[in-house]
Design a protein around this ligand. Structure first.
Ligand SMILES: Nc1ncnc2c1ncn2[C@@H]1O[C@H](COP(=O)(O)OP(=O)(O)OP(=O)(O)O)[C@@H](O)[C@H]1O
Length: 627
């Protein structure tokens, strides 16, 4: 018998803590399983009490008569329309939150052949949770004037692939400084109607890897993730991830060999990683092993993160052992709490305040006040300005490219998808909600600093480059930077030379590797033309001293200091020779800009990492994109 639990109050609860909600969905016996009909291994009690906050699920092995009981949030039995029931009673309650700035995740979990794809994707006559959700979101968009767009990707053999791109497009997973996961390079498509949705989605479904196995005729070989984002007034307010996990496979029974066996090993590995994450969260372990697999990384925000989460545990009623495994993990997942919070709007990167303050404190504690000013001056271009301090014209310079693309996509119905895909790739493939990641770039390139952004007068006394040496610079853009700190003045014009074309390979967006070897940025090697002259105006002593400061910091800072500082400046001049503290971890933001001189290209890259090791690199040569 099916039950209805009072999910509504729970899911729309405004409290910050939200437990992962876990419901059980049992599929009917299939014609080929008909001999097992009448002997389902699963039953439920207290399921018809609409007010019950949980149900007790019994699993009974028809052969050994072994019995197990578990508590879950709701039970959806073998009715044909149980997917629709799940949508109405569970999932539809998550959707209003998306329009109010919350994220949600729905994942179908279970063994191979348990009905996960049927639940998420459905069939023409019985649409699954993905199309049902899309349809509901579209009708809410109509009422609220919001817009929806979708992304669709798969995690196959522990690598992420965009399913909306015609050409194979691998997606990179990045963590930002707050531990939020971002999918770099993921395209998205605006959707205004169900027919548009089906057009894009069915192409993705066809690209998803499936194969025949001994346990399922059409078995998913990957985890499929449909992301529906809602955008109001140009900003993503929220999104929902609908995840059709690949199923656990017992290869003694699947008969898998060769590539099927390899796929299976990866699937089982990632599901094992998922169970480790659930275990760590349930046991309050200090380290949650999200990084064990791509799957757990993309689920990071849904398990122990800031998203609302609904797990639909799927069972084949004839499979006791597999059902036991599924329900056991499902029951444990139910104890995971998420600290739900609104999506961050575009805001000043906290990194600015934190890093400046921490670096200043650290250097001052070491009696290096002069160095503080020097470092602050170096730091300034990276730090950007307060969001409110970005002048309108500054915002326009980058922002208009973004909106122009969006606008052209709106106007040009046919080219809509392409334009959006381009826009996504151009801006790093992030959703607009993640655009704060790029804010340092906007600031770096465009911001006119306000008074509040100026350094104190003592910093001015430590001018690294005399204003006079720059005043003669003929670049018009430089005039806009009259309030910049001196070193920022020195650096900003180079930034202004950065390519502005809507080219996804722009070095602004991607860290790059020079094809030609580094050359040391000493006076002999540097080209003495154009913008580069400004660098040559820097005294060699100054450069050496700065480098020493960085290297010293690198080699003396403890792990905590490194982690907290969260920024790397690449100092190439010494990068090949200087000893480097190995306490670093994955990068979160990469910023690069390029100054073209007539004879060569001099590139200066700043890379912000989640730990702090400081380098600056100056080198000549061409860049490759695989940096
Ligand atoms: N409610 C249902 N009514 C009829 N058939 C169903 C129902 N649910 C699932 N099935 C059938 O069960 C079989 C297995 O379902 P499905 O392919 O969705 O499993 P899965 O869990 O996604 O498997 P895998 O992990 O191998 O991809 C399919 O033939 C599907 O059509």
């Amino acid at each position: 018998m099916d039950s209805k639990t009072p999910a509504k109050s729970k899911l729309l609860d405004s409290s910050l803590i939200s437990k992962v909600r876990v419901v059980l969905r049992v599929r009917p016996f299939l014609p080929r399983e008909i001999s097992d009909e009448g002997r389902p291994c699963v039953s439920v009690i207290n399921s018809d009490d609409g007010e019950a906050s949980e149900v007790t699920v019994h699993l009974k092995d028809p052969e050994s008569c072994r019995n197990e009981s578990y508590q879950l949030d709701a039970f959806y039995g073998r009715d044909d329309d149980n997917v629709k029931q799940i949508f109405d009673r569970e999932l539809s309650l998550l959707i209003p939150g998306i329009f109010h700035g919350f994220n949600a995740t729905v994942l179908a979990y279970g063994a191979t052949g348990s009905g996960k794809t049927f639940t998420m994707q459905g069939i023409d006559e019985l649409p699954g949770l993905m199309p049902l959700t899309m349809s509901n979101i579209l009708s809410m968009c109509e009422k609220t004037g919001s817009r929806a767009e979708i992304s669709y990707y798969e995690v196959y053999m522990d690598r992420c692939w965009d399913l909306l791109e015609v050409k194979a497009n691998e997606i990179a997973i990045w963590d930002d400084k707050d531990g939020q996961v971002h999918l770099k390079g993921l395209s998205s498509v605006p959707v205004n109607s169900m027919s548009e949705f089906h057009e894009a989605y069915s192409c993705g479904v066809q690209r998803r890897k499936v194969a025949h196995t001994g346990l399922n005729d059409v078995s998913s070989r990957s985890h499929g993730v449909l992301v529906i984002s809602v955008t109001s007034q140009g900003l993503v307010t929220g999104k929902i991830n609908l995840i059709d996990l690949a199923g656990n496979e017992d290869n003694r029974r699947t008969g898998n060999e060769g590539i099927r066996l390899q796929e299976s090993a990866k699937i089982n590995q990632s599901l094992f990683a998922l169970s480790n994450v659930v275990y760590a969260l349930n046991n309050n372990l200090p380290r949650v092993p999200y990084r064990e697999s791509k799957l757990t990384r993309i689920l990071q925000d849904s398990l122990g993160g800031t998203s609302r989460a609904l797990m639909v545990a799927c069972l084949n009623p004839g499979e006791y052992q597999e059902s036991l495994r599924t329900v056991s993990l499902a029951a444990r997942s139910r104890h995971i709490s998420n600290n739900i919070s609104l999506n961050p709007k575009v805001e000043t990167p906290k990194v600015k305040i934190d890093m400046e303050a921490k670096l200043q404190a650290w250097l001052e504690s070491k009696g290096k006040t002069k160095s503080v000013h020097r470092m602050m001056a170096i730091w300034s271009p990276l730090m950007g300005t307060n969001q409110t301090s970005i002048s309108q014209s500054s915002v326009k310079k980058l922002g208009c490219q973004r909106s122009a693309i969006a606008e052209s996509a709106k106007l040009d119905g046919k080219g809509e998808r392409d334009a959006f895909v381009t826009a996504r790739n151009l801006f790093g493939g992030e959703t607009l909600a993640a655009s704060h990641l790029w804010e340092p770039i906007q600031n770096l390139h465009l911001a006119s600093p306000t008074k509040g952004d100026e350094r104190d007068t003592s910093a001015k006394e430590n001018l690294l480059v005399s204003e006079a040496s720059l005043r003669d610079n003929s670049l018009g853009l430089e005039k806009e930077y009259t309030e910049l700190s001196p070193l920022r003045e020195a650096l900003s014009p180079i930034d202004s030379n950065a390519p502005k074309s809507a080219d996804a390979s722009s070095p602004i967006l991607k860290p790059m590797t020079p094809k030609t070897p580094f050359i040391y940025a000493n006076a002999e090697n540097m080209q003495m033309e154009g913008t580069c002259q400004k660098f040559n105006a820097w005294s060699t002593n100054l450069k050496t001293s700065l480098i020493k400061e960085y290297i010293h910091f690198l080699n003396t800072a403890n792990r905590e200091e490194l982690r907290e500082l969260k920024v790397t400046l690449l100092l190439c001049e010494q990068a090949q020779t200087a000893p480097v503290n190995p306490k670093s971890s994955a990068s979160i933001v990469n910023i690069g800009f390029t100054a073209h001189s007539s004879a060569s290209i001099v590139n200066i890259g700043f890379t912000a990492h989640s730990s702090a090791s400081f380098f600056i690199f100056l080198f000549s040569g061409n860049w490759t994109e695989d940096g």
